[in-house]
Design a protein around this ligand. Structure first.
Ligand code: NAP
Length: 274
């Protein structure tokens, strides 16, 4: 197989990555482009980096066959499906060799920036995409929601910013903002306000809103903005006309063997203390 190894970069993760290569991947080829499998050794943040790496370093297609495996060097996370103990690694590589991994197909969000009528730049977010201002002042924006091929001018937002998340990302930033936690079987886009100011001049829904995954949302603003997309961020200062948020068509395969029970994940991460 052709594989790629991505680690969090700390000593423990690097040691585990080296051990995995020596014990399980001696006969296989480490590549930069178009791997069949990516091993993300670290936490959920490392897994997100692996997804972005695959997006940047693979031939564009609607369904990428590569499977991303998260090997957590702490406890199991939301994306990681095994910890680096011998039994679990043996099982992981046996599943890979026998084509027996349990895979979940997921689509990230995307954003596109338009100057005038031209789409010039964009990015993807498996968890989320946020829009705030470069100067850390309030964001002023018109929000348009697309339904049946037409856009409704939905609200005029003023506040810290807006967060758009997938179901998988609903347990990350979205949750801290008071948005709903969504089961990953639902294919959705959730829009959550970051400290929206509700006044006579600027009226917004005030609660988070869950839309079908085929919805597009347009944001019009004259502000200089920062867009975060998972762990990445970009600043735009030159009179953007519109930002479009929608679900990307490309499907990514994530290994969920041993970690596809959502209620267990939530309980382990947020309810049970050690
Ligand atoms: P990061 O340090 O990589 O991640 C922040 C924390 O979020 C880490 O503890 C990470 O787990 C956890 N996490 C990531 N994805 C998750 C998910 N789907 N469900 C539950 N927890 C998740 O931070 P970053 O590099 O700035 O950005 C990565 C993500 O952090 C963003 O996509 C955003 O959702 C989140 N974030 C959260 C806040 C907040 O809650 N106030 C603020 C900024 C960004 P690991 O420790 O396992 O990596």
């Amino acid at each position: 197989m052709k594989y790629k190894m991505i680690t969090r970069g700390d000593e423990a993760s690097n040691t585990i990555a080296k051990l995995i290569k020596e014990v399980y991947l001696q006969e296989d080829e480490e590549v930069v482009f178009n791997p069949d499998h990516i091993f993300a050794v670290g936490g959920d943040g490392t897994f997100l980096r692996a997804v972005h790496d695959l997006f940047m370093n693979s031939t564009p297609s609607l369904e990428n066959d590569c499977i991303i495996h998260g090997i957590n060097t702490g406890t199991l996370g939301f994306y990681t499906s095994c910890t680096p103990v011998k039994e679990q690694l043996d099982e992981l590589f046996s599943n890979i060799r026998n084509n027996n991994c349990r895979v979940q197909k997921v689509k990230p969000l995307s954003f596109w920036i338009k100057y005038g009528n031209e789409e010039t730049d964009g990015g993807i977010g498996l968890n989320d995409i946020t829009i705030t201002t470069k100067e850390r002042k309030t964001l002023t924006a018109k929000v348009f929601i697309q339904e049946d091929n037409s856009y409704t001018h939905f609200e005029k937002f003023k506040g810290t910013g807006l967060c758009f998340s997938t179901a998988l990302g609903s347990t990350a930033y979205n949750k801290a903002l008071g948005g709903a936690v969504v089961h990953p079987d639902f294919k959705i886009i959730q829009m959550t306000e970051m400290a929206g100011i509700n006044s006579i001049a600027y009226q917004t829904l005030g609660s988070s809103m869950i839309l079908p995954e085929d919805t597009a949302i347009e944001i019009e603003t004259n502000d200089n903005i920062v867009i975060t997309f998972d762990h990445e961020s970009k600043t735009y200062t030159d009179n953007i006309s519109v930002i479009t948020i929608s679900t990307l068509d490309t499907v990514f395969n994530i290994d969920v063997t041993n970690n596809d029970n959502f209620a267990e994940k939530l309980k382990r991460s947020f309810i049970l203390s050690k």
